[in-house]
Design a protein around this ligand. Sequence first.
Ligand code: HPA
Ligand code: ZN
Length: 333
Amino acid sequence: MDYENLIKKLPKAELHLHIEGSFEPELMFEIAQRNKVDIRFKNIEEVREAYNFHNLQSFLDIYYEGAKVLIKEEDFYDLTYAYLQKCHEDNVVHTEIFFDPQTHTQRGVSFETCFLGIKRALDDAQREMGISSEIIMCFLRHLSEKEAFQTLKESLPFKDNIIGVGLDSSEVGHPPSKFQNVFQKARELGFVTVAHAGEEGPPEYIWEALDLLEIKRIDHGVRSIEDEELLQRIIKEKMALTVCPLSNIKLRVFNKMEEHNLKTLLEKGVKVTINSDDPAYFGGYMNQNFLETAKALKLTSEQIVQLSINSFEASFISDALKEKWINQCKALI
Ligand code: HPA
Ligand code: ZN
């Protein structure tokens, strides 16, 4: 089977997706007009031109700018529903999405407004397209731990529908240890924990995320390859990495896809998964990430299927569902 066909047929779980990063310029303009919000771009072409990043921060500046047009519950609904349609096209059958409450509450949009819009779209997608999902809320690591505690408090009325907490935004200079207390509190409240670590930050940040935040998955984690002891621990503990290949190229974590370490990690026995991160900004959704990675690294069919099996194993779905999807993946080899 050729790459394209195999990838299309493969059921997939997405484990690293920022819903605000799925904001396509067309929808951004539509919502900006609807809400009468001024954005600094004149047209869609200007927006696309701005998507020329040289590191994480240069992307984040634009990403937070775009999110400013999201004001009403229906805006969050439309944003989320549009992403779920892409999932449907790409045979993503389960998705665990991140949202950044502070990006919105800091602008005066309530936690409830964003949460309810996102949740209603997820419920509709389950009913209409059979896509299962979970919500993970991320703390912005450039803000203080005190502000993260405030967000944790605001989430409590919706706790039953939020599976976990994560950590995102500017990594370097904001180590996981900064959030040790709030993550401990979140775990006591029953949230699972994940964290971005080792995207731009050093392997020490991955150690901290594992030891101090007790994370269940490492978001990105590609710099783990620089520390053999860390790598052996990740392999031994079957700790999954939610790798985002197109994101890594766009943000210059690797110069080009041919230089990405995904295949090396996979061959060393790391539980690697493929994800789209911020697909509207980085040039593609799940299948595009699979396809470009497979081509550039000359992945075998078995490796492609393994990536998908890994995504279900590392997901927070029930064992029965894991078995169902993994059997469907295996049937394709
Ligand atoms: N890294 C850190 N923060 C983010 C990212 C990312 O890739 N995407 C959205 N927020
Ligand atoms: Zn991310």
